[in-house]
Unconditional design. Structure first.
Length: 245
């Protein structure tokens, strides 16, 4: 027995086209117009890019580990680095500074600050053990700025561990399996069918049914794909006045 059933990009496309009556039951991506497959693949990828902005999905949360460099405040993360070669982080969820000079390692939380808070710091390049971090996502890479700027001891004895939301991979080739858990495949099929329904001229009542199904499948998964542990809130009592703010 297995529980890892999944489908490829072209299987999603054919299934979505079948939902809207645009292909015959026996059709495959090899038997229909190649331009239709290309256009559907474009619609699928654009839909996934949009979904990335609609909250954090559990499987997109990952850790990035930065090695501090003495007197270096800013670190660039992206496909070309240079400080860390990885997917561009979209959102910073949590950060710690990890003391690797002791066993076991000891993590101390970093305060996540906004651009406004970072820019208001009067002495951005004061050195010491970092206590705050600011993430600024760009077009293809993200900038991470630390405060305090690491000194030699910090660069030697500490690592910066950031828990971030990463982007969902492009679905580039016909045999690519989407960068989604297998329970999301139904939502991808109906989401794509919804995207294609207007393009293929479905009657409005049929489009509405497809839209409602697409919304329902996606809504169920968004509600399910969350942590069930308790969340605690407390007032924000941050104060940087001692650093010349």
């Amino acid at each position: 027995m297995s529980s890892n059933y999944s489908i490829t990009r072209d299987q999603i496309i054919i299934t979505a086209l079948r939902k809207i009556g645009a292909v015959e039951p026996g059709d495959t991506s090899a038997t229909i117009d190649a331009n239709i497959v290309t256009n559907c693949a474009q619609a699928l990828n654009l839909m996934v890019k949009q979904w990335m902005t609609e909250g954090i999905k559990l499987w997109t949360v990952t850790e990035y580990t930065l090695t501090p460099v003495a007197s270096q405040t800013e670190y660039i993360i992206g496909p070309s680095g240079p400080d860390l070669v990885a997917d561009k982080p979209l959102r910073l969820i949590q950060g710690v500074i990890r003391n690797i000079s002791v066993t076991p390692y000891v993590d101390t939380p970093l305060q996540i600050i906004s651009k406004q808070e970072y820019m208001a710091l009067g002495s951005k390049f004061s050195t010491g053990i970092a206590n705050s971090v600011y993430l600024n996502p760009g077009l293809t890479s993200a900038s991470v700025k630390l405060f305090l700027t690491p000194d030699t001891a910090t660069a030697t004895n500490y690592r910066i561990v950031l828990t971030c939301q990463k982007p969902i991979n492009d679905i580039s080739s016909s045999s690519s399996v989407p960068d989604f858990p297998n329970e999301w495949m139904q939502a991808l099929v109906w989401g794509l069918a919804d995207q294609l329904s207007l393009e293929f001229g479905l009657p409005i009542n049929h489009r509405q049914e497809v839209m409602l199904r697409a919304e329902k499948y996606k809504e169920n998964l968004v509600d399910w794909d969350v942590e069930y542990e308790s969340t605690f809130f407390q007032p924000d009592a941050r104060n940087f006045s001692s650093f010349g703010k």
